[in-house]
Design a binder for this molecule. Structure first.
Ligand SMILES: *Cc1c(COP(=O)(O)O)cnc(C)c1O
Length: 250
């Protein structure tokens, strides 16, 4: 296999192009089954454990937004992409659990933080965005999604559904964060259908209170069809696009 990443012709680029085409077909079929417009569902490649060269290939194939789950992996990768594809309009989404002491670092590379799951993390991000603005590193509020815990199990992160409205209100009042919607991972003990149905109800309620909260980030490689049936606007896909992850994220 060629190690080149500077042209559209290498083997890996062809592999990614084929996977992208297959995913677009899956998304289109799920939208047709749900009676939805395919333009209402976007694909977010989750590039954790894969090198910046693969992100560059996805940029060459027309992708512009990418998800990562670890601050210490994503920051250097975003910088490396900027070196490989200067001026490429890439926007990075933090989709993983975020410690409050990483807030200052994450706002340097993330355009969106999808994993805001507590008032204390929201406070840390507010302070980080304010500091970044004062340092001249950013001028815009940070787009955020609240991460919901559908089964209320605190071990995996996410805000229990009953606490979501208060967290959303806090974010909406902050001035530094813009509430864009809700994100969740379906718990293993529930069927995806039951999980995404409960999530959709919570997302509808949030949208009533906060008109900017239009996004529902739900569905991954194994359950994107069920998520689309329940209104997902972002499907976050790793393995079905990039292949199996041999290593855990560093
Ligand atoms: C890794 C990851 C994904 C993608 O998972 P796949 O099953 O590989 O598609 C989606 N969301 C989050 C939060 C992740 O960490």
């Amino acid at each position: 296999m060629s190690a080149r990443s500077d042209g559209a012709g290498d083997v890996r680029t062809a592999e990614l192009a084929a996977a992208l085409a297959a995913l677009r077909e899956r998304i289109a079929a799920a939208c047709a089954a749900a009676g939805r417009d395919p333009d209402g569902v976007r694909l977010l490649p989750v590039t954790k454990t894969f090198p910046a060269e693969d992100v560059a290939r996805l940029v060459d194939l027309g992708q512009a937004e990418f998800g990562e789950n670890k601050e210490q992996e994503a920051g250097p990768k975003a910088a490396e992409l900027a070196r490989l594809r200067p001026g490429a309009p890439a926007r990075w989404h933090m989709v993983g659990r975020l410690q409050r002491n990483k807030a200052r670092a994450v706002v340097r590379w993330a355009g969106v933080v999808q994993s805001v799951d507590s008032p204390r993390l929201a406070d840390a991000l507010v302070r980080a965005v304010a500091a970044a603005r004062e340092a001249g590193e950013r001028s815009e509020p940070l787009d955020v999604l609240v991460q919901a815990s559908i089964d209320g199990d605190p071990a995996r992160g996410g805000c229990p559904l009953p606490d979501l409205p208060a967290l959303a209100d806090k974010i909406a009042q902050s001035g530094e964060l813009t509430l864009r919607g809700v994100m969740a991972v379906a718990p293993r003990e529930m069927t995806p259908d039951a999980a995404f149905s409960a999530l959709a109800t919570a997302a509808d309620r949030l949208r009533n209170d906060h008109p900017s909260a239009v996004e529902l980030s739900a569905g991954m490689s194994g359950d994107l069809e069920q998520a689309i049936a329940h209104g997902s606007t972002w499907v976050r896909v790793g393995t079905a696009l990039l292949g199996g992850r041999r290593l855990a994220s560093p």
